[in-house]
Design a protein around this ligand. Structure first.
Ligand SMILES: [Zn+2]
Length: 418
């Protein structure tokens, strides 16, 4: 079914999080004096900041209803029934299975993401029209899951069917984005509208996905470690409390409270990397550094446009935690990366101290910063970080002068590529 929405508008916050899409329908002039071509807001879809909770409703009315609550790998529908995604190797949702085992939606795609079957297909389980229902009375039977190709949301906007890719929209029927890549000067040989380098069968565009596929299991394992150690440290607070009551010694209790806080901080930082617009990757390598004591590395890779972490072992939680700390420092404008010759404006001993302290939470054999300090002899003392009040031009100059990459105010700054 096609509702013929004449207009739609989206709103995003400064970081590119999708907040709402409103759909408007043409209204026939009902009385003399009413201008033709007026529109009426018929439907609004609102999102939580991270895009995980959706509400649908009739615009201005108070009758907004819950459409879906998303979770990793599926969603609850309006009746809070769980549904699970089946995905292909590109992360596209090819089927939705309801918790009772029923197949409720199946979709296959052209290479750039246009569904094979017209969404209106009634036979089988083609997706229904990617438009919201006309009224607020979304029932479980008319509701469809709009998260399709690459797990991205498929919507109709101004008559075109588009996927929401973070800050840009991709038009699968045109096999391209509908606006330029803001970092297009880094790839002058490519069209700034190109999707996945023109090879969508091989590559995915992970904008907003945050951790790559390769990094995800490693990060999840670290998070599990964090939770396990968090629980242990909480139980140590209790025994520390007992020893305080019995002997008046506060130290054990204090130590455990600090450890508990540190694990919570670790989990929060990893979660915030997950909802970043920057892609973070982890690669396990055979060698990292000439200095045998340094077993991890982190750098922003401008060609791939991702922050890449390298470690020697996917179970080396201490080093993974250390490097993820650097990722968080990069995310929050405390760390820049670049070539050593020109010097990077804010990467300092303080950053390493923080990362070593983080690493020690996860590995009994992790060195302390002072044990490895010789390897960081040329670093300045810190903390040094980006000035949050600096203008765009000042930040760009900083990147140019130091040949450094960093993130500030949600944007990656990059020097001119020689
Ligand atoms: Zn480090």
């Amino acid at each position: 079914m096609s509702m013929g929405y004449t207009k739609s508008k989206g709103s995003w916050d400064a970081l590119g999080n999708h907040l709402s899409t409103s759909y408007e329908t043409a209204v026939a002039p009902a009385s003399a004096g009413m201008r033709p071509g007026r529109t009426r807001r018929t439907f609004v879809r609102a999102y939580s900041g991270d895009g995980h909770v959706l509400c649908g409703g009739a615009g201005n009315s108070a009758a907004d209803t819950l459409e879906m609550i998303r979770f990793a790998g599926g969603y609850f529908d309006a009746n809070l029934v769980p549904h699970y995604y089946i995905t292909d190797y590109l992360g596209s949702n090819i089927a939705v299975i309801r918790s009772d085992g029923t197949l409720v939606q199946s979709t296959s795609y052209y290479p750039y993401g246009e569904p094979h079957r017209d969404p209106a297909a009634s036979a089988g389980f083609g997706i229904s029209d990617p438009e919201p229902p006309m009224s607020a009375t979304t029932s479980a039977s008319t509701f469809f899951n709009p998260y399709l190709y690459g797990g991205k949301e498929y919507i109709r906007r101004d008559g075109l069917r588009e996927y929401i890719y973070g800050a840009r929209m991709c038009v699968p029927s045109e096999t391209r984005f509908n606006s330029m890549d803001e970092l297009c000067e880094l790839r002058p040989w490519e069209s700034p509208y190109l999707f996945c380098g023109g090879n969508p069968v091989r590559y995915v565009d992970p904008t907003g996905l945050v951790f790559t596929r390769r990094a995800t299991p490693i990060v999840e394992a670290l998070e599990q470690q964090s939770y396990k150690r968090l629980i242990e440290s909480i139980s140590k607070i209790v025994s520390g409390l007992c020893s305080y009551i019995l002997s008046g010694n506060k130290e054990r209790m204090k130590e455990s409270i600090n450890a508990t806080k540190a694990y919570v901080r670790t989990i929060n930082e990893v979660e915030s990397l997950k909802s970043s617009q920057t892609v973070y990757d982890i690669e396990v390598k055979n060698s990292i550094s000439d200095d045998k004591e340094i077993k991890g590395a982190s750098n922003y890779k401008w060609r791939a446009r991702k922050f890449k972490i390298e470690v020697l072992d996917d179970k080396a939680y201490g080093w993974i935690a250390h490097e993820l700390k650097h990722a968080y420092q990069f995310e929050t404008g405390k760390l820049s990366t670049g070539t050593k010759d020109d010097g990077v404006p804010f990467y300092d001993k303080d950053d390493e101290k923080e990362a070593y302290a983080r690493g020690q939470l996860f590995g009994e054999n992790m060195p302390t910063f002072s044990e490895n300090e010789a390897g960081y002899g040329d670093l300045q003392n810190g903390p040094k970080q980006v000035d949050p009040k600096a203008s765009d031009a000042e930040l760009q100059k900083l990147a140019n002068d130091h040949n450094a990459w960093f993130k500030a105010n949600g944007k990656i700054y990059s020097p001119p590529i020689k």
